[in-house]
Design a protein around this ligand. Structure first.
Ligand code: HEM
Length: 407
């Protein structure tokens, strides 16, 4: 390992939140399989290491709580832990086979490509409505007026959940995102998370009961009816599944739209190229996903001692896979820090890979392609209005809180 004088551990600085790629590059160049002593986890930054870890069963998804974390929690947070852990461990992202296989199979039977494709026209009309509402003003906030409301409206409608629940889900999503990203929760954070999840659960309960007696043409109705070996999903399983899908389905896509359009507008030649060649829209979305990954880091837990590149990684240790760093690995992406919508296709890791590959990838891509198509058609003069935009302080899901633009 090269001896480094650079601080490779500080992943909670404002500079990191605004641009994690500087640190990712430093880690990849100095110590690509790095033990972050500040937070107590390994971080992998090379594409090939991450790609193989994603297919290695010894890198498990089931959370192994660190005893040091438990010891550090305030009593009120410790009391809230079982409720919160219920969500994180009963959702497929935090499961391993065979539990994962069962839940993923159930979702696949309801969340079909046909169901997603059915949403195309509806997504087009939501984008039209959102742009109609702001175009005449000449200036708007890309996050509040487009990047947040679009994915959340789509996922709520797709699942069949009334939009009135959006504010409480947004609040619980924010606490989930903060919790998932930080290594040690701030005092009171778990308690707050348990409370906001409880509010959403109480709101979902009557809706689930109603779908049992009066099924509709939506994902929730089909989930309620789906059965395996004569078993239906319990009310609690349904609540967790729906809450986590609402979370997985909007926070990430909001980041893709916000970060991606920010990158596009900061590269005016690429924006001009896209306007002149609308057929490049799909390539532009792939480059947005690569250049500013909506999820930069995911977690795994080691099930048996192993050695990687001479480093001994022990059972129970947490390993963070920096998908964002993989997407900028020069071995796979020449000139990786250049934003180039005409890149030759190469497998990006923004949606993960292997058995946990993102269920919503096609939906997120479709939403973003429709947005770009409409923006270049309706708002060719779109530009960043000023530098008052703000980044969310999040270690693993970098995103903008606001982005004032002019059209
Ligand atoms: C740009 C948008 C999105 C990005 C970047 C993204 C990213 C990811 C990533 C990296 C994973 C793998 C996690 C792991 O291996 O630990 C994942 C899994 C998942 N995603 Fe997405 N996602 C996006 C949109 C969506 C949407 C729209 C939905 C739902 C409609 C969704 C639902 C899920 C689910 C359910 C999983 C867990 C799959 C499993 O564990 O088998 N995602 N996503």
């Amino acid at each position: 390992m090269a001896e480094s004088t650079v601080d490779l551990d500080n992943m909670i600085s404002p500079e990191y939140f605004a641009d994690p790629y500087v640190l990712f590059e430093q880690i990849r160049e100095n110590d690509p399989i790095h033990w972050n002593a500040l937070f107590g986890f390994w971080i992998l930054t090379r594409y090939d290491d991450i790609y193989s870890a994603l297919q290695d069963r010894r890198f498990a998804s089931t959370v192994t709580p660190r005893s040091s974390l438990l010891a550090s929690l305030a009593p009120e947070d410790l009391a809230a832990l079982p409720a919160v852990a219920g969500y994180l461990t009963m959702f497929m992202q935090g499961m391993d086979p065979p539990l994962h296989t069962r839940q993923r199979g159930l979702i696949h039977r309801s969340f079909t490509p046909r169901m997603v494709e059915h949403m195309r026209e509806r997504i087009e009309s939501i984008v039209t409505e959102l742009l109609d509402a702001v175009q005449a003003k000449g200036e708007f906030d890309l996050m509040d007026d487009l990047a947040f409301p679009l994915p959340s409206t789509v996922i709520f409608e797709l699942l069949g959940i009334p939009l009135e629940l959006r504010d409480s889900v947004r609040r619980s999503s924010e606490t989930i995102a903060a919790f998932v990203s930080l290594t040690t929760p701030a005092p009171g954070q778990l308690q707050q998370m348990a409370a906001s999840l409880q509010i959403v659960a109480d709101q979902l309960r009557p809706i689930i009961a109603q779908r049992r007696t009066q099924p509709q043409n939506d994902f929730l109705s089909s989930l309620v009816q789906v059965e395996e070996h004569g078993e239906y999903l319990s009310e609690q399983e349904l609540i967790i599944l729906i809450t986590m899908l609402l979370f997985a389905g909007h926070e990430t896509t909001t980041n893709l739209l916000g970060n991606g359009i920010f990158a596009l507008l900061n590269h005016p030649r690429q924006w001009e190229l896209l306007k002149a060649n609308p057929s490049l829209v799909n390539g532009a979305v792939e480059e947005m996903l690569r250049f500013s990954s909506p999820v930069t880091i995911i977690s795994r837990f080691i099930t048996e001692d192993l050695t990687m590149d001479g480093k001994r990684i022990h059972k129970g240790e947490q390993v963070r896979l920096a998908l964002g760093a993989a997407n900028r690995d020069p071995k796979h992406f020449p000139d990786p820090n250049a934003f180039n919508i005409t890149r030759k296709p190469e497998r990006i890791l923004s949606f993960g890979f292997g058995i946990h590959f993102c269920v919503g990838a096609a939906l997120a891509r479709m939403e973003s392609q429709i947005v770009l198509t409409e923006l270049i058609r309706r708002m060719p003069n779109l530009r960043i209005a000023n530098d008052s935009y703000q980044w969310r302080p999040n270690l693993a899901m970098p995103g903008l809180l606001s982005l004032p633009v002019k059209c």
